[in-house]
Design a protein around this ligand. Structure first.
Ligand code: HXC
Length: 259
């Protein structure tokens, strides 16, 4: 499928790589781009050869937020009837395979929210995150007021959303928003390395790990631990569990078949 606002490729036949591609607007996220992103992610999710995805932008900007030019004239009726954000952004929540955000440059507003909708963020040392919507007379609308406090705590989330200031990669890593920082020129190597590693594990275990960790955000501890326990028990029904443990016992590398 041909896309206008994103580029799509695979790495090693196993990793789906999606690059946001509206360079003149610093990858500002309009509806058309988000439609394409959802379609591309769903296609990779349905492709049995793909085990993991990487979402990235340009060196200067992962994404400079939702498209302000497009939003400027929206009325309440437009966004409510058109189900703005829910209609296409929420597609990302339905993706079952892991999605790594490889973030360099600016990631304000919807850019930060998009990165947070991914499963983890690897940041280049020039990355900048924030929720500056307050400067536009609005608030974050793609989960920023919910995911940011879960990631960095209430104090920093309030600070960022109420002042609109940006935080650099070091602050973001210290606060728990990003899992690793790497030099800009190593960003894609690092993200692809992590993705290829994930692809080689049992896909059943990978899906279960993602589902179980996401459950931590939706439930109390007892329910979440029970959910984990049931998935943990279920994995003993897989051939991959037998393979992984036999490989360890016999000091060889496991060859998972995703069964
Ligand atoms: C539309 C944008 C844009 C955006 C940048 N551009 N951000 N267009 N929507 N979010 C455009 C600029 O208008 C400009 O177009 C071109 O991209 C380059 O941007 P500059 O500002 O000239 O670049 P620079 O000086 O390097 O500054 C980079 C920047 C700044 C700091 C990231 O562009 C900026 O502050 N952008 C807005 C960031 C923001 O507020 N994001 C949150 C949006 S609200 P021209 O035609 O002049 O060259 C949001 C709501 C989320 O995301 C709710 C649901 C998702």
């Amino acid at each position: 499928m041909a896309y206008e606002f994103i580029q799509v490729r695979t790495e090693g036949g196993k990793v789906g790589v999606i690059t946001l591609n509206r360079p003149k607007q610093l990858n500002a996220l309009n509806n058309e781009l988000m439609d394409e992103l959802g379609a591309a992610m769903k296609a990779f999710d349905a492709d049995a050869a793909i085990g993991c995805m990487v979402l990235t932008g340009s060196e200067k900007a992962f994404a400079a937020g939702a498209d302000i030019g497009a939003m400027a004239s929206y009325t309440f009726a437009d966004v409510y009837k058109g189900d703005y954000i829910t209609r296409n952004w929420e597609t990302i929540r339905t993706i079952r395979k892991p999605v790594i955000a490889a973030v360099s440059g600016f990631a304000p507003g919807g850019g930060c929210e998009l990165a947070m909708m991914c499963d983890f963020i690897i940041a280049a040392d020039n990355a900048k995150f924030g929720q500056p919507e307050i400067k536009l007379g609005i608030i974050p609308g793609a989960g920023g007021t919910q995911r940011l406090p879960r990631a960095v705590g209430k104090a920093k989330a309030m600070d960022l959303a109420l002042t609109g200031r940006m935080m650099d990669a070091t602050e973001a890593e210290r606060a728990g928003l990003v899992s690793r920082i790497v030099p800009l020129d190593k960003l894609m190597d690092e993200a692809l390395g992590a993705a290829l590693m994930i692809c080689d594990y049992s896909q059943l275990a990978v899906l279960a790990a993602k589902e179980s960790i996401n459950r931590a955000f939706e439930s109390g501890l007892a329910d979440g631990v029970m959910f984990e326990r049931r998935l943990f028990h279920a994995l003993f029904a897989t051939a991959d569990q037998k393979e992984g443990m036999d490989a360890f016992v016999n000091k060889r590398k496991a060859q998972f078949k995703h069964q």
